[in-house]
Design a protein around this ligand. Structure first.
Ligand code: SIN
Length: 514
């Protein structure tokens, strides 16, 4: 399969200049050195080259950052929630002002096409607006008491320092999902971004510090520590960190979860997905093809919510696959910052090697592969690939594994129960979708014996969630919920208060004592 090349790549020096401009615009004074000077490289998948290096946070500096956040918490927790909201409102204003600057950095470090990078920053603005509203709605319940002259109620209090660990593929939005909510809840934040995206983290830190200065909040409300896994482990093991909210692989979650729980810290995990869409005979195929191509090939297949498995009724499978393959052929692949590009690079060579390995295994399992070839855009260190569609004879072990690349496995079904069982058979449980115009099928998919995922959509793809809903999934996805709805409750502690306004002391359950 051949796919259109759209652009030549910019030079690495050109990309460096864009980074400097964007960081200057957001007000970052961070020092950037040349390749080889410091231990933490900042690279771009656009050319595959190292742009700058930075000093990684030392354990002493990380300790100081956590101490600063813990100190800030002592005053932030009693700052009225609507006043805390003013900080998040200011951050939102700065994000509006610097939307393009931040999106430039997202494109450069994560390889997202401009429209998706702008969308990611828009998501930050949206969550800030949501959190500001929430700052006046941290409601508790009033509960009827069984005792005369008594009242029960719930109050919600700030938790403490929240450690936020994020992945490369949403280098800014996931920080803001956590930080905007945590801040209005009265918590303070220490962020460990992916080591693949340190520049966007510098920009976010510059913006939150400006926002804090503008509203008179202590800078300690939000700190950043940079480096590899060991730096993240400092958050995981530190008893001053009340909640660790970690986004990443299932393997990472399997390590982080038990370590945090062993010290009785709280954990919020948003781990891998292996998302499926069911296409029924009644589906609007025009709509389904558009949604499937965005969900499977968008972001070069590097979203947690990327569509990885298509479960198609056998009566429409041939037509659907040939339409998807045709759409894939017309996808412009290339420089993600160039106008018109729809598929940017894979994040690094390892991601490419994993994609190649998965496609080899798919062939060995009897799969028929369309696409998947590498595009040589003149820079050997950059990895541009055509998204792949693979018709599989069955759900093999390979299909149960999340490969973080644009591979869409297609399987067929004849009966909806079988399709739902296939949807649910993988260990992960993040996102899912059904394409149907039959209300019975749609409702069945969303019912208790339907999809077992945290997200179950009808007639839209598996990716591209809005911030208003709670985001996250079940099983190996980790069970956490971030962003909208009542996800804020994970960032607070609940107290149950029983108030006796009588002059008697009746005991619950009719107990008599003395
Ligand atoms: C992700 O976290 O990978 C995806 C979020 C989304 O697609 O909405």
């Amino acid at each position: 399969m051949t796919t259109m090349h759209t652009t030549t790549l910019p030079t690495t020096d050109d990309v460096r200049a864009r980074v400097r401009d964007a960081l200057r615009a957001v007000g970052s004074t961070a020092e950037l050195a040349g390749p080889g000077e410091y231990g933490l490289p900042a690279s771009t998948p656009i050319t595959g080259e190292v742009l700058f290096t930075m000093a990684a946070t030392t354990p002493e500096q990380a300790d100081a950052a956590i101490a600063e956040a813990a100190q800030a918490f002592t005053t932030w927790r009693t700052t009225p929630a609507p006043v805390r909201g003013a900080l998040v409102a200011r951050l939102g204003e700065l994000l509006v002002e610097h939307k393009a600057d931040l999106a430039t950095l997202v494109t450069i470090e994560a390889g997202k096409i401009t429209s998706e990078a702008l969308g990611e920053v828009q998501e930050m603005i949206d969550i800030c607006q949501f959190a500001v509203g929430l700052s006046r709605q941290l409601y508790g319940k009033t509960i009827a008491s069984e005792r005369p002259g008594h009242r029960l109620m719930e109050t919600w209090h700030p938790l403490g320092v929240v450690g936020v660990i994020t992945a490369f593929n949403f280098p800014v939005a996931v920080w803001s999902w956590n930080t905007a909510i945590a801040l209005v809840c009265g918590d303070t934040v220490v962020w460990k971004p992916s080591e693949l995206t340190p520049l966007t983290a510098l920009a976010c830190q510059a913006l939150i510090e400006r926002a804090a200065d503008d509203v008179g909040a202590p800078r300690g409300v939000s700190r950043v520590i940079q480096g590899d896994r060991e730096v993240g482990e400092l958050l995981v093991d530190d008893p001053r960190v009340a909640l660790v909210s970690a986004t990443g692989s299932v393997r990472m979650g399997q390590q982080v979860g038990p370590r945090v729980m062993a010290r009785f810290g709280k954990v919020l995990l948003e781990l891998g997905g292996n998302n499926a869409a069911i296409v029924t005979p009644s589906a609007d195929l025009d709509l389904a093809v558009r949604a499937i191509v965005f969900s499977a090939a968008g972001t070069a297949g590097q979203r947690c919510t990327t569509l990885r498995r298509l479960i198609v009724h056998s009566s429409v499978a041939d037509e659907l696959v040939s339409r998807i393959v045709a759409a894939y052929r017309s996808l412009p692949i290339g420089d993600p910052s160039a106008e018109g590009t729809l598929v940017g690079p894979l994040i690094h060579e390892t991601a490419y090697r994993e994609m190649v390995g998965a496609l080899e295994q798919a062939r060995a399992d009897g799969g028929e592969v369309f696409g998947g070839e590498r595009h040589d855009l003149g820079d050997e260190s950059a990895f541009y690939v055509a998204p792949a569609v693979v018709r599989m004879p069955a759900q093999t072990e390979l299909v149960h594994t999340e490969t973080f690349a644009p591979i869409l496995y297609v399987m067929t079904y004849d009966d909806l129960d079988e399709a739902i069982a296939l949807n649910n058979t993988v260990p992960q449980g993040l996102s899912s979708a059904i394409f149907t115009t039959d209300i019975r099928e749609a409702e069945r998919f969303m019912a208790a014996d339907g999809s077992d995922c945290g997200i179950a959509n009808v007639n839209i793809g598996t990716s591209g969630a809005e911030i208003g809903g709670a985001f996250g999934g079940e099983k190996h996805t980790g069970g956490g919920r971030e962003s909208g709805s009542d996800a804020w409750k994970a960032y607070m502690r609940r107290a149950t208060n029983t108030i006796n306004y009588s002059s008697d002391l009746p005991l619950a359950q009719g107990v008599h004592f003395g």
